[in-house]
Design a protein around this ligand. Structure first.
Ligand SMILES: O=P(O)(O)OC[C@H]1O[C@H](O[C@H]2O[C@H](CO)[C@@H](O)[C@H](O)[C@H]2O)[C@H](O)[C@@H](O)[C@@H]1O
Length: 366
């Protein structure tokens, strides 16, 4: 079992490296923007890559902001069974429809569950402080954690996501994986549960400072809101009139130009500011698998469920390991490294419930 402190110092060397090679503001986005994820602009049925949606300086454009999240479900296009959607589902089949096949890969292996929070366990809502998870969903997650090591991997700060989930038996990776802590109540025998990993710790004073500056800077833009997620900051624009999006992006940009060690990525109607360290949700799940004692093991089947662009880092890690499955939660076709799909949090809950039923039937038959 690897000593997690050793991993922390690895992460710290990564920070040192990132700082030494810190890039200027015209190129602080590459790790997210080079992914080239197709987007769907409001006026077009055709995918638009985020590369095309940024301007010549590499800064986020209104097109990219518009394309960052589907409009809420009143729009029929989200639920419509278009040919394009059918083709996409063909490539990324429903994890419910393929449940038996997924679980056939789990024989004799330890299933480990990674769950994103917003848009996966809770529906997307206008007010981020009210993104509650349904009691039935909490019950499903609680039951899953009885049988499988389970981690929540979120862009939210760890304390906040814990307050929504309130299950002490889980691992929590907040701030896009930059703040990891093991369960406070012990459930599984294997691995180290006392993990603590904060690879961006030295950025904390900077994040606090930038949060204060941004809070001031966005005043006057109705509906804009900066959420302090400890090692990253989320600038929300879901409730901002579209005419003000470019003003908001300019204001964020004017602050970030003085902080070359910070970079910007995009989530669902949110601009995310974070340190330029080589750490993301993918690194977080590698860290957790290692902490659980499955670094190079063939005896593990990790399953990661998430809905957002930042979850792609985790999907890619599983693909590259050739181990386990990524499941993208989306009603609309998106380029993804996930293998399977689910349409909405309700389907995530059904999937988790089936996992529990599957495990209980195995235990009964032994
Ligand atoms: O990694 P996640 O757990 O998915 O967190 C990503 C961000 O999620 C939250 O914002 C998103 O959900 C909000 C509530 O539904 C919604 O209002 C917002 O538009 C979405 O972007 C959270 O508030 C952010 O801090 C997270 O980074």
């Amino acid at each position: 079992m690897t000593n997690p402190n050793a991993l922390i110092s690895d992460a710290q060397s990564a920070i040192a490296m990132a700082i030494t090679t810190a890039v200027n503001t015209s190129s602080i986005f590459p790790s997210t923007y080079n992914i080239n994820i197709p987007l769907f602009s409001r006026n077009s049925k055709f995918p638009m890559s985020i590369e095309n949606a940024k301007n010549s300086n590499g800064w986020v454009t209104v097109d990219a902001m518009r394309a960052s999240s589907p409009t809420r479900s009143s729009s029929s296009s989200e639920d419509e069974d278009t040919d394009e959607k059918k083709a996409w589902i063909g490539k990324h089949p429903s994890a419910l429809g393929e449940f038996e096949e997924i679980m056939s890969a789990a024989k004799m292996k330890q299933v480990v569950i990674f769950l994103d929070y917003d848009g996966t366990l809770s529906p997307i809502v206008e007010n981020p402080d009210q993104a509650y998870m349904a009691p039935e969903m909490r019950e499903a997650v609680k039951n899953v954690a009885k049988y499988f090591p389970t981690a929540i991997v979120s862009g939210r700060c760890r304390a906040k996501v814990y307050n929504f989930v309130r299950l002490s038996e889980l691992y929590y990776a907040g701030s896009h994986g930059m703040d990891i802590k093991g369960p406070s109540s012990r459930k599984h025998k294997k691995g180290n549960q006392n993990v603590l990993c904060q690879p961006a710790k030295e950025f904390l004073p900077m994040m606090t400072e930038v949060n204060e500056i941004l809070q001031e800077k966005i005043k006057g833009i109705t509906g804009a809101n900066v959420e302090n997620n400890k090692f990253c900051l989320s600038v929300h624009y879901r409730c901002v009139e579209e005419e003000s999006w470019s003003d908001l992006a300019d204001r964020v940009k004017s602050v970030l130009k003085d902080y070359p060690k910070l970079r910007l990525s995009q989530g669902r109607k949110v601009l995310e500011i974070r340190p330029t360290i080589k750490w993301d949700k993918g690194k977080a799940i590698e860290f957790l698998l290692e902490s659980l004692g499955y670094a190079n093991s063939k005896d593990v089947l990790p399953i990661y469920i998430g809905d957002d662009r930042t979850d792609e880092d985790a999907f890619r890690v599983l693909r590259n390991r050739g181990q386990g499955f990524g499941i993208l939660v989306s009603k609309i076709p998106k380029a993804t490294d996930a293998i399977y799909s689910l349409q909405k949090p309700l389907e995530v809950m059904y999937f988790l419930q089936r996992l529990v039923t599957w495990k209980r039937s195995i235990l009964r038959s032994h």
